[in-house]
Design a protein around this ligand. Structure first.
Ligand code: ZN
Length: 201
């Protein structure tokens, strides 16, 4: 019913999380009728991946600077307290916790979780970078905010053991978030309580 080129755009848009075919079609038709929007979006998207890199310190996304180290806005914020560091699996979880307002320290993004089934072992976790990060900020407490799933729990336990001998307090977020649930979709109050009600490991 629709021209081929428009169908291709709809198909691409419907690959986004939470976007079904109907919504994708609505987006595509809107983009088609608004040239300024579609041209702007196309231009921004085509150069986005070359302008962004993971922060060299924490793994969050950062704009690549003209010179020097690529650092994210949180790492560059001198008002942030590095004594407490919240470890998350992915950037979306960092954003969700940040929205809850319960964490005023710094973050560290693992990028992946241990997963024996998918063949992801400890050597794939950025442990060296984590070690440097904690040393740099003289961190006193690490809050493990990996998701309450099998992989998330295994990763939290592994990191807790790794940090055991470092004299760093290690805590785990409370189980306000349902098991197997996604932090990203937890509401701000639940997430805030999960951080506040964290328990020492
Ligand atoms: Zn950073």
């Amino acid at each position: 019913m629709l021209p081929e080129s428009l169908r291709r755009v709809i198909q691409l848009l419907s690959r986004l999380p939470g976007v079904g075919e109907k919504t994708a079609a609505r987006f595509a038709l809107q983009l088609m009728s608004d040239h300024q929007l579609s041209a702007g979006l196309g231009e921004e998207l085509s150069t986005l991946s070359s302008r962004l890199r993971p922060c060299e310190d924490c793994g969050h996304l950062a704009e690549v600077p003209a010179a020097g180290k690529t650092l994210c806005s949180i790492c560059m914020d001198p008002k942030r307290d590095g004594l407490k560091v919240c470890i998350v699996a992915k950037i979306q979880d960092l954003l969700a916790i940040e929205r809850s307002g319960a964490m005023r320290g710094r973050y560290f993004v693992l990028g992946k979780l241990l997963s024996p089934l998918d063949g992801i072992g400890p050597e794939e976790l950025p442990l060296d970078r984590l070690e440097k990060f904690l040393q740099k900020h003289l961190t006193e407490e690490v809050i493990l905010a990996t998701p309450p799933s099998v992989d998330g729990e295994a990763t939290a336990l592994f990191i807790a053991r790794e940090l055991e001998s470092r004299g760093i307090r290690v805590s785990r977020i409370a189980s306000g978030v349902p098991h197997g649930g996604d932090l990203e979709f937890a509401d701000q109050i639940t997430l805030g309580r999960a951080i506040e009600g964290r328990r020492l490991l």
